[in-house]
Design a protein around this ligand. Structure first.
Ligand SMILES: Nc1ncnc2c1ncn2[C@@H]1O[C@H](COP(=O)(O)OP(=O)(O)OP(=O)(O)O)[C@@H](O)[C@H]1O
Ligand SMILES: [Mg+2]
Length: 291
């Protein structure tokens, strides 16, 4: 018996390594069990930062909940969590005293929300974690959060093809697929092509690409300007890579207001071009999910 091995009450050998292995297996079992109780799981992804993943993730969650479906929203952007802000959440999750599981925060339209932001002291606290800690956190969000029975879980990912993204692709089984967000700028299109190829390598379906911040309509003169690069750039990439194009969402001051004042755009009363475009995109996405 090695120096760190002991025997448990039944005379079986244990060691810190064995105990850790057992805990990992138990967490894996819990992840599988919890994911089975969520009917549809969708991740919002992009190789490029700042293109509107979180904006689209938060509003998609609202949209699913508006249809009367039980919905969850998980922010897996560990170093820059901000989906809770777009959902207007200010409180923190509780821990179930018996099961020790995290009870997600009840958001607008009863969306169940979990984010690293809830574990931090304040909005200004940085998360300085290396890969294994980030991976540990993703596992905890999937396996020890009491999601219950849900129709939809919308997962917001950080930019790129890093640890959290890989983890979600490997652990969330089955994942309905990813919704890829891009602007029409060449720089974004290249990064997004990598994301799509990564999804294919990981055998995760690509539900489609959304073009965000496509145009800006001047409120004074009504002139429409293509903000990022060439017209139809995202649609052309979708056709080149043979993935569905879900639609274009224009620049919309309401989205900026959502970020500043935490009012989800989709539940705002006023109609807007972006809201109409978002609803169209949502219809296309549902169509792809039903295929
Ligand atoms: N259609 C839009 N019109 C106007 N502003 C938008 C639109 N979409 C997103 N924004 C704004 O762009 C900024 C970036 O959006 P968001 O945070 O959703 O991007 P992201 O891809 O999640 O970024 P990150 O890579 O940092 O996670 C935010 O200030 C958001 O309010
Ligand atoms: Mg984001």
């Amino acid at each position: 018996m090695s120096h760190d091995e002991k025997t448990d009450g039944e005379g079986l050998k244990t060691s810190p390594t064995l105990d850790r292995r057992k805990q990992q297996m138990e967490l894996q079992r819990k992840i599988e069990e919890k994911m089975k109780r969520i009917k549809h799981k969708i991740a919002i992804i992009s190789g490029k930062g700042g293109v509107g993943k979180t904006t689209i993730a938060a509003n998609l969650a609202i949209k699913f909940a508006e249809t009367g479906s039980s919905t969850g929203a998980l922010d897996v952007d560990i170093t820059g969590p901000n989906m809770h802000k777009l959902l207007g959440i200010r409180n923190r999750p509780q821990v179930d005293p018996v099961t020790k599981e995290i009870i997600p925060v009840n958001g607008p339209l009863n969306i169940k929300v979990m984010s690293t932001a809830f574990l931090l002291e304040s909005d200004y606290t940085p998360v300085i974690w290396r890969g294994p800690m980030k991976m540990g956190a993703v596992r905890e969000y999937l396996g020890t959060v009491n999601w219950g029975d849900l129709e939809y879980l919308v997962i917001d990912l950080p930019p790129g093809t890093g640890d959290e993204t890989l983890d979600i692709m490997q652990l969330v089984k089955p994942l309905d697929g990813v919704v890829v967000v891009s602007t029409s700028q060449e720089m974004s299109l290249i990064d997004v092509a990598k994301t799509i190829n990564m999804s294919r390598k990981m055998q995760v379906p690509v539900l489609g690409i959304v073009e965000n911040m496509s145009t800006f309509v001047c409120p004074s003169c009504g002139k429409e300007t293509q903000v990022f690069g060439r017209k139809n750039g995202v649609e052309e990439l979708a056709s080149e890579l043979e993935v569905p194009f879900l639609g274009s969402i224009p620049m919309e001051p309401d989205f900026v207001q959502q970020a500043s004042e935490s009012i989800p755009v989709i539940i705002q009363k006023a109609e807007s071009k972006a809201k109409t475009a978002f609803n169209e995109m949502f219809k296309s996405l549902i169509g792809e999910m039903l295929e």
